[in-house]
Design a protein around this ligand. Structure first.
Ligand SMILES: *Cc1c(COP(=O)(O)O)cnc(C)c1O
Length: 393
């Protein structure tokens, strides 16, 4: 965009007309179902705090205790002198939890994806990505300079065809584990076998599965029993079900060492505060021990899906806490979201370019901290809004 005030004003105005303008809401309470948003009490269904840990007293205590001991800022990058005992302990805990040899902490998932992909891939290499992959995986692919080949969503025949035609010597298959805007799950066993057949790297971004899926909360790879050999690179975030902040890559000792030598988003940035690492480790313990959170969440998901079916809501096929209601039209999605907010229910409208055109949706996310009553309220409000203004075709 050119530096021209008039042009910028015009661009912003057009964006509003197209119902694509983005703006933040102001929270004045912790992340939990009942929160104050823009000064108004609401019941929220849009956070990624799937297990209700973002405001857990034991995690708060772990954070404050570690802050008393280690202070606030890490003060430097990991390689200079910012790597604290708390980081070390968390990396070990994550490696053990995921059944990998080692893990490496990053400050955000966005940075973890960019760091890993740009370390392993370069010009003349080929990266195969699901069309609905998260923006950070697409950006990572672009930044690496490799050829970016996008296959149809979860379509393994399409991927297989594209692999057959490719001539690169270094290849990577890259996919979300649980798709962030659709809630469906990648075909992990097929990805594993294609990666072996074509000797390609396989990296799974389990931002939305980690903590939520699997008996232990180990994520999508726990449900498929995929080992480090099957999926050499596992990425997950610590800001979603874990309820804190940050991310990690888990894999073999040598792969992690390679990242430490080359991943620029790990090398050239300040380490996360040690207290944040301590909070993550406490959360990990709760994730493992309190399987009731996953069980309760599963029951709420069933309740929502059944209720939505009775009301004829256009749900996408998803078994995860991400339950999108497909509205298609941007303006309608935004209007329903506003309408719900008027009734004290917060659900975000997700529009292009976050999702493909004509697939605007209400992205409902459920959490173990919701109650059955909350789900009833949500269903009632959705039914009311959709009856009042039936969806345009
Ligand atoms: C949220 C998300 C990320 C980014 O993680 P942050 O820690 O929030 O930067 C990466 N991948 C997927 C699939 C995500 O949903």
């Amino acid at each position: 965009m050119k530096r021209d005030d008039q042009q910028i004003k015009q661009w912003l105005a057009t964006r509003k007309q197209q119902h694509l303008y983005r703006s933040t809401h102001l929270l004045s309470t912790p992340q939990q179902p009942r929160m104050t948003v823009d000064g108004k009490p609401t019941l929220s269904f849009c956070s990624n705090d799937y297990l209700g840990l973002a405001n857990h007293p034991q995690i708060i205590t772990a954070l404050t205790t570690a802050a008393q001991r280690y202070g606030v800022g890490a003060g430097a990058s990991h390689l200079v002198n910012g790597h604290s005992l708390e980081h070390q302990k968390l990396e070990q805990a994550l490696a053990e939890f995921t059944g990998r040899e080692a893990a490496l902490l990053f400050s955000t998932g966005y940075m973890a994806n960019i760091g890993a992909v740009t370390t392993l891939m370069a010009r003349n290499d080929s990266i195969f990505e699901d069309r609905l992959n998260h923006a950070s995986l697409l950006d990572a692919g672009l930044l690496s300079g490799a050829r970016l080949i996008r296959y149809r969503h979860n379509d393994m025949d399409n991927l297989s065809q594209k692999l057959r035609r490719d001539t690169a010597t270094n290849r990577m298959l890259l996919s979300d584990g649980v798709f962030s805007m659709d809630g469906d799950i990648a075909s992990i066993p097929e990805l594993v076998s294609l990666s072996q057949q074509y000797q390609a790297w396989l990296m799974i971004d389990d931002a939305h599965g980690f903590g939520v899926l699997g008996k232990q909360g180990g994520g999508v790879l726990e449900t498929t029993g995929s080992s480090q050999q099957d999926v050499p690179l596992l990425m997950a975030t610590l800001g979603k079900a874990v309820g804190v902040s940050g991310a990690f890559i888990a894999g073999s000792h040598d792969h992690i060492e390679l990242l430490k030598q080359l991943a620029r988003t790990w090398i050239y940035t300040t380490a996360m505060p040690p207290a944040v690492a301590a909070a993550c480790r406490q959360s990990l313990t709760l994730i493992r021990q309190e399987s009731w959170r996953r069980e309760k969440l599963a029951a709420l998901i069933q309740q929502f899906k059944e209720g939505a079916k009775v009301k004829g809501l256009p749900l996408l096929p998803s078994e995860t806490p991400i339950q999108p209601v497909l509205i298609k039209n941007n303006q309608a999605a935004l209007a329903i979201s506003h309408d719900l907010f008027e009734q004290g229910i917060m659900v975000t409208a997700i529009r292009p370019p976050t999702v493909p055109t004509h697939t605007a949706r209400l992205r409902i996310t459920l959490s173990a901290s919701h109650s059955q009553k909350d789900i009833e309220k949500l269903l009632e409000a959705l039914g009311y809004c959709l009856d009042k203004s039936p969806l345009p075709e």
